[in-house]
Write a protein that binds this ligand. Structure first.
Ligand SMILES: *[C@@H]1O[C@H](CO)[C@@H](O)[C@H](O)[C@H]1NC(C)=O
Ligand SMILES: *[C@@H]1O[C@H](CO)[C@@H](O)[C@H](O)[C@H]1NC(C)=O
Ligand SMILES: *[C@@H]1O[C@H](CO)[C@@H](O)[C@H](O)[C@H]1NC(C)=O
Length: 846
């Protein structure tokens, strides 16, 4: 029989297999492209000053200009100041800290601003002893553009003060004012540079307090002083490691209960395509580490918070708390739901990173909170599992924290006096300022350009298998294939020119987007021959690994079926990697069930769709030597063509199933929340019965017309499988069916359907039917509905096989591989099924 089938499909098999190979190859290529492509941020304004020095020095690849050199001094306006050198520097201290400028009268640095907007200002203080001055006894105030940022300030050790503020005029002036008769001020270095445009944005921050959560606006007008910058779960990051030359410190010392947290570390760089955060918001290293709940030695669903206490001033100021997240702990989307608390106030409920980052895993995201600190001197941040968490998967994470104090500007403006001083001082310094400023700007610009050759982004990085493997794509591909070598011609035959795809999709018109996923965007398109296609355009950053790829390569090369979506071609020009599938006119099943304008499907249509998808799955499980497990069965992965014929799509997660020797596939738990087999959770063992479970959830979705998980419903209704099974077990499933179906389903058909779903959802895989059995039972439910004939002699659903042509029912001891007769090449190829149902389906056939 197998031979017959292969013969029948021979003319198509070569190209199909190559198509599948390409599909799987491309998945891996995406994942291999997760190299750290980044264009370093180049600030438009960039002033780095080595104070009290005649020399320019380079620190962390940045040139600090001595303020006693000719061009450097042009920034400085001072009536009385001296330079000091540390004659006995500690060998570990930064070279920046070996000189200082000391002011004995009000003095200022003034910088021309080319880019109005948010700037970072850093002032470095590192006191050392010299003959005439003990820098530790300095006392002074500092203002920026007239706003007092440090009042009666003095330091005993090295301190870096960082401010993030709006430079809203052409000049930014930092003034140092000694306090008292004999007072003096000092500093070692200054940095003033423009921030990336998205570092501080006006909208989106949440004001947290006893009144709940309100929107906080105009954040960019505040002067922020950095208090803490924490790389949660990670190591110290130095300016050398950071995109904006920041320092991040580890979180351990702030954890309230160290044993509550467990470090998580990612090996792949984050997916910035999610749009939640850029590399400048925080560097890769922050997003690649996290603390998560430490559930070692605890029951699976133990729920607790991880908390950190960060010391802040006692003054009760407002703070900006920026929390960084990147889901590096989940193995698939929508597994992680957690709550965030700040000072015990609920700050973010049911945080679901998957949905916030365009359905990408490991995609950076941050949230800004504005919090009135109480007078406890502590800012407490907690994360804990949300009520939506699946009991099998409770977790909560945090990757980074920044706490910034909002500098109180009320009454700190020292405007008029300052301006007078500036006039005096500038007249003293003279007109050379402007000229030398211009020269220095040019010099700086040249230096910057030399120092920062802009690496081209991904576009030029190359997408070709050649580069990825260092070999040819063809040789590599045939290596991975066992019984399906594509051959060069088949491979090339599928190639679609990029220009054709641009044309087909109106140059990847946003309005033609019909879907998105970890892989990239899916566009609707029309090829030159008027064939409608779905064009899946990849973005680098998929996290699939090479082993998964090889499995897929072997596995997917065997797939060909009327109820499985097929590949039309691919494109890999211009660093693009694009897969082209047959277009499914009616889209995902889900949108015909709820939440859209489509007319409701009839019961018969629903049954036919379930039968079609069951047929596709049955073929996956049994139709090839080892069986294939889809692993992500859900109503969005079942697509409908123009005739409502169901096809299973998205094999991105599929795996080779158990081999004949019954070893399981032990692998990271993947799949979608609400559809996941609880046994797979518990035992991390994958069998085809996990697909059966997920399919059972789809059956309920079809029957009840509601999502597998609906967070808006009451606790007992949130999870469809749990809720519907309560009604099913009471024998009252008809009370929760789609209102459109009420009165339209024959009770016996409904009973058959409900029983089938219930069996699919059995707690243990061994108790669940095979897809073949599910298929038989669904066919039977349809037959009852259509003919009114009830051929079921026993109430419990067990029928006597001799009474065929009634379909088979769930066997007493189901096994994953009771059926071996489904090697078919299309929907009608299950020989036994075909024979039997040729009678049953008489007038209705396909
Ligand atoms: C950070 O930079 C230092 C050099 O200053 C380097 O030794 C260290 O490995 C870097 N850390 C990370 C996490 O990249
Ligand atoms: C987590 O902390 C918040 C705020 O203190 C508290 O309301 C909540 O009950 C805690 N959750 C757990 C699971 O302990
Ligand atoms: C304003 O600046 C002058 C020095 O220029 C200083 O003496 C005075 O105390 C400042 N006023 C305030 C309110 O800080």
């Amino acid at each position: 029989m197998l031979i017959t089938v292969l013969q029948n499909t021979h003319s198509h098999s070569l190209s199909m297999e190559t198509k599948i190979l390409l599909h799987s190859l491309s998945l891996t290529l995406f994942s291999l492209l997760t190299l750290p492509f980044s264009t370093p941020f180049t600030p438009q304004d960039n002033y780095l000053i080595n104070c009290g020095s005649t020399t320019n020095i380079t620190v962390d690849n940045r040139l600090f200009v001595g303020d006693s050199t000719k061009p450097g001094s042009s920034y400085l306006s001072t009536a009385r100041s001296i330079t000091l050198q540390d004659t006995n520097p500690s060998p570990n201290s930064s070279t920046l800290y070996r000189t200082a400028r000391v002011f004995t009268a009000a003095s200022s640095y003034s910088f021309g601003i080319k880019k109005i907007g948010t700037h970072l200002v850093r002032i470095h203080f590192s006191p050392f002893n010299s003959q005439n001055y003990d820098l530790k006894s300095a006392k002074f105030s500092v203002s920026v553009n007239g706003y007092l940022i440090l009042r009666n300030f003095g330091v005993h050790g090295t301190v870096l003060k960082e401010y993030i503020l709006m430079a809203d005029r052409e000049k930014l002036e930092i003034m140092f004012m000694p306090v008292g008769e004999l007072g003096f001020g000092f500093l070692n270095a200054i940095e003033v540079f423009s921030a990336p445009a998205d570092l501080i944005v006006d909208e989106g921050a949440k004001l947290i307090g006893p009144n709940g959560i309100e929107e906080y606006k105009n954040l960019s007008t505040k002067v922020l002083e950095t208090v803490h910058r924490i790389n949660v779960g990670g190591s110290k990051l130095t300016p050398f490691n950071d995109t904006l030359w920041r320092t991040w410190v580890p979180d351990e010392n702030f954890l309230v209960l160290k044993s509550a947290a467990k470090r998580a570390v990612a090996t792949d760089t984050p997916n910035y395509e999610g749009g939640g955060a850029s590399r400048e918001i925080a560097p890769d290293n922050v997003y690649m580490t996290a603390q998560q709940m430490n559930r070692d030695n605890l029951t699976m669903d133990a729920r607790f918070n991880i908390s950190w206490n960060f010391p802040v001033g006692l003054g009760g100021a407002q703070h900006l708390v920026r929390l960084h997240f990147c889901d590096i702990v989940s193995l698939s989307l929508n597994q992680l739901y957690f709550d965030v608390f700040i000072n015990k106030f609920l700050a973010y409920k049911d945080l679901d990173l998957s949905s916030l980052t365009f359905h990408l895993l490991a995609s950076p995201f941050y949230v800004d909170f504005v919090v009135d600190s109480d007078h406890s001197g502590v800012m407490q941040i907690s994360v804990g599992p949300s009520a939506l968490s699946n009991p099998m998967r409770v977790n909560a994470i945090l990757n980074g924290v920044e706490i910034m104090k909002m500098v109180d500007l009320v009454g700190s403006h020292n405007g008029s006096k300052k301006k007078n001083i500036w006039v005096v001082v500038s007249s003293v310094v003279g007109g050379s300022v402007v000229l030398s400023l211009a020269i220095l700007t040019v010099l700086l610009a040249i230096t910057c350009r030399k120092k920062k050759p802009k690496p081209r982004r991904v576009e030029s990085a190359g997408w070709t298998p050649l580069r990825v493997y260092g070999g040819s794509s063809h040789s590599r591909m045939s290596e991975g294939t066992v019984n399906a070598s594509p051959g060069q011609n088949g491979y090339l035959g599928l190639k679609i020119p990029f220009a054709d795809l641009q044309l087909a999709t109106n140059n990847f018109d946003k309005n033609l987007i019909i879907g998105s996923g970890g892989f990239g965007m899916v566009y609707k398109g029309v090829l030159r021959d008027n064939k409608k296609v779905a064009v899946k355009r990849g973005v680098p950053g998929s996290r699939q690994g090479l082993p998964e790829f090889q499995t897929e390569l072997t596995v997917l090369s065997k797939i060909r079926h009327r109820h499985l979506v097929s590949l039309v071609g691919y494109c890999e020009e211009q660093s693009e990697m694009i897969l082209v599938y047959e277009y499914m006119e009616k889209g995902p099943l889900k949108s015909h069930l709820y939440g859209s304008k489509f007319p409701p499907l009839s019961w018969k249509q629903r049954l036919e769709i379930c039968i079609g998808s069951a047929r596709g799955l049955h073929y996956l499980h049994t139709g090839s030597a080892q069986g294939i497990i889809h692993r992500d069965i859900k109503s969005t992965n079942i697509l409908l063509d123009e005739n409502y014929v169901a096809k299973v799509a998205d094999f991105g997660l599929s795996r080779s199933g158990p081999c004949l020797n019954e070893t399981h596939v032990s692998t990271g738990v993947k799949g979608s929340f609400g559809y996941l087999d609880p046994e797979y959770f518990r035992r991390q063992q994958l069998t085809d019965k996990s697909d059966v479970y997920s399919f059972g959830v789809v059956l309920l979705e079809v029957l009840c017309a509601r999502p597998a998980v609906d967070p808006l419903l009451t606790r007992e209704q949130v999870n469809l499988a749990e809720w519907a099974m309560q009604w099913q077990k009471k024998g009252r499933i008809e009370e929760i069916i789609d209102p459109h179906l009420v009165g339209k389903i024959k009770p016996s058909s409904l009973k058959k359907f409900g029983d089938t779903a219930e069996k699919c959802l059995a707690e243990y895989g061994v108790d669940r039917p095979t897809m073949g059995d599910v298929l038989w039972n669904l066919e039977y439910a349809l037959q009852i509905q259509e003919t009114g004939t009830q051929r079921e002699p026993h109430e419990d659903g067990n029928i006597n096989a001799s009474e065929l042509p009634a379909p088979r029912v769930v066997p007493q001891t189901p096994s994953s591989h009771t059926r071996t007769d489904g090697n078919g090449g299309d929907g009608c190829s299950d020989m036994s099924t075909t024979k039997v149902f040729s009678q049953l389906m008489n007038n209705e056939g396909r």
